[in-house]
Design a protein around this ligand. Structure first.
Ligand code: SF4
Ligand code: SF4
Length: 551
């Protein structure tokens, strides 16, 4: 049977720019043809549909007849044609910012924002796969399981999912596999309704954001990606360091704004118009509004609050900044952008901050140079803070104080931040695991250890020895064990056994659980403390063996 073909005339629209700037691109395979890029749907309800734009003509090809509702979804919402962005909404911007946005529009014309309401689970899965991953890689992982039922995903073993992604793409999705399974599992566990995601989506947007941010492993950026493309909420702007960097360099936003802070995103809204009797304005949003008025002190501010308060359609501005960051201002751990070929070089402030004018800025505005010190935010939120929320602020404050010393060592920024958190946690007795910390910052544990050694050699910072009791408390909270079991485990941990405090804690929790008849599996304990089951087993044997020796 011959394919069914439909075409439309479109204006001020670019299919490629729109899909490339959004999670809609995950739903398609891209095929380069002599006519242009052909986008072929890889999942329902747009499976095998082909889309291509030839000048002002947008062509669709279907293998069979298509339902009207699905066609409307495809034609209007997947393409982003459901909304046009009138230049009038940029009214009120200062001249410099307006000119820069107009130049961005010239560079990336016809960008719209897809609203993928029939593929919400796909958007959630793709956003989780995109955490600290290259776009091509996260797309490949997503494609490898695009047709799996979400409920089934929540029951999979992370190792199974890691193998699945590795077998299909050659590279494992790593920690994202666990994140994904835990998230889906948590969603289905929290409700008796058929589709927990739909249930959240029925809430008003601000409340939906708060509920999403409460889910373990979903940081503010992932939640905003979902709100923007899954719910079509144009005020939601996914923020990461790349968007922050580009918006600062191009003068879209004032300098040195902080990243969103997950602990606050779970409670507050970012714009005054969304405040209601149940939800208050975030303290960071208040600071940001002051800073937007008078750019003196950026401490305690937030990029998302700045973008959403400054732009009516912050999600669309973010799409332009994302495309610019991906195309021109590309920074990787190993390289810096090719500024020589940057079309917005004349508007970039980066050269000023590194060049001759730096000293003059410092003389004129001493407070700004002082606060340009990078701070440890929670963009790489650690799981330990979900278990110990009461310690989060203390750790971050201490880490920020230590960061100034670590920065002098000249390690990479991520290593500096992770190291400052590591030292802060260790000196405050917070049971963070080296592996999880390194993973959160996409670096190696060795990087943190090297920076720690270098710092301890040069400063008088005290680094406490880890104690098993704090890790026992971590396991207790993770596994929801009673306090009495924790107390017993602490007393067992004082017996002679493993020299590694984390292994000793794991063994003590296991022995305490068997003593009080509340059996907890070695597997669960090993997961809670980031150890292998073999390590836990050996640590248990060590305590048992030494206890059986005559003193
Ligand atoms: S202002 Fe920032 S930290 Fe506060 S709720 Fe909004 S995004 Fe989160
Ligand atoms: S000049 Fe360089 S640093 Fe500045 S925006 Fe362009 S690519 Fe980025």
């Amino acid at each position: 049977m011959k394919d069914l073909e439909i075409s439309f005339t479109v204006e001020n629209f670019s299919l490629d720019n729109t899909l490339n700037s959004s999670y809609a691109s995950y739903l398609f395979k891209k095929i380069e043809t002599s006519e242009g890029t052909c986008w072929v749907g890889i999942t329902k309800p747009i499976l095998n549909v082909k889309m291509i734009q030839l000048g002002n003509e947008l062509k669709f090809q279907f293998e069979s007849d298509i339902d009207d509702d699905i066609f409307d979804y495809l034609y209007l919402h997947v393409t982003g044609l459901w909304i046009d962005f009138e230049p009038s909404f940029l009214r009120g911007l200062d001249v410099k910012c307006l000119e820069t946005v107009e130049r961005l529009i010239q560079l990336f014309p016809g960008v719209r924002v897809p609203w993928l309401y029939l593929n919400k689970w796909h958007i959630l899965i793709s956003t989780i796969f995109s955490i600290h991953a290259r776009v091509e890689m996260s797309k490949a992982w997503f494609a490898s399981l695009v047709n799996l039922n979400p409920e089934l995903l929540g029951t999979m073993d992370p190792l199974e999912l890691r193998s699945l992604t590795e077998n299909s793409t050659g590279v494992s999705a790593g920690f994202r596999a666990r994140y994904l399974i835990e998230t889906v599992h948590e969603l289905f566990n929290g409700t008796h309704k058929e589709d927990p995601l739909e249930e959240i989506c029925r809430l008003p947007i601000s409340e939906a954001r708060i509920e999403l941010c409460k889910i373990r492993n979903l940081g503010p950026k992932v939640c905003d990606c979902f709100l923007l493309n899954g719910l079509g909420d144009l005020t939601s702007a996914p923020i990461d360091i790349h968007v922050g960097r580009v918006s600062e360099y191009l003068g879209i936003l004032p300098p040195s704004l902080g990243q969103p802070y997950a602990g606050l995103c779970r409670k507050f809204v970012c714009v005054p118009s969304k405040v209601n009797s149940r939800i208050q304005l975030c303290p960071r949003a208040e600071r940001t509004l002051d800073y937007l008025e008078d750019s003196q002190d950026p401490s305690g501010t937030c990029l998302r609050a700045a973008l959403t308060n400054k732009f009516e359609y912050a999600g669309w501005i973010q799409a332009l900044l994302f495309l610019f960051g991906q195309t021109y201002c590309v920074w990787t751990p190993r390289g810096i952008p090719h500024c020589d070929s940057c079309p917005l070089r004349d508007r970039c402030s980066r050269k000023e901050t590194r060049g001759l004018t730096y000293q003059r800025i410092g003389e004129r505005l001493p407070r700004i140079t002082k606060t340009r010190v990078k701070t440890v935010g929670d963009s790489q939120l650690l799981r330990v803070f979900e278990l110990f929320p009461e310690l989060e602020k203390t750790v971050i404050d201490k880490a920020n104080a230590i960061l100034r010393d670590v920065e002098k060592l000249g390690f990479r920024s991520r290593v500096q931040k992770a190291t400052s958190i590591w030292i802060a946690c260790r000196s405050l007795g917070v049971p963070v695991l080296l592996k999880e910390l390194a993973q959160s910052f996409s670096i190696r544990p060795k990087d943190i250890l090297d920076a720690t050694v270098a710092l301890l050699e040069k400063t008088d910072i005290k680094f406490e020895l880890a104690r098993p009791d704090v890790y026992i408390e971590r396991a207790r909270r993770t596994l929801l064990l009673p306090e009495s079991l924790g107390d017993l485990a602490v007393s067992i941990s004082r017996r002679s056994g493993s020299l590694n405090p984390v292994s000793q804690a794991a063994a003590a929790v296991y022995l305490a659980s068997t003593q009080i008849g509340q059996s907890v599996s070695q597997r669960a304990i090993s997961k809670a403390l980031g150890l292998s089951e073999v390590t836990v087993r050996n640590a248990i044997s060590r305590i048992n063996y030494r206890s059986s020796q005559p003193s």
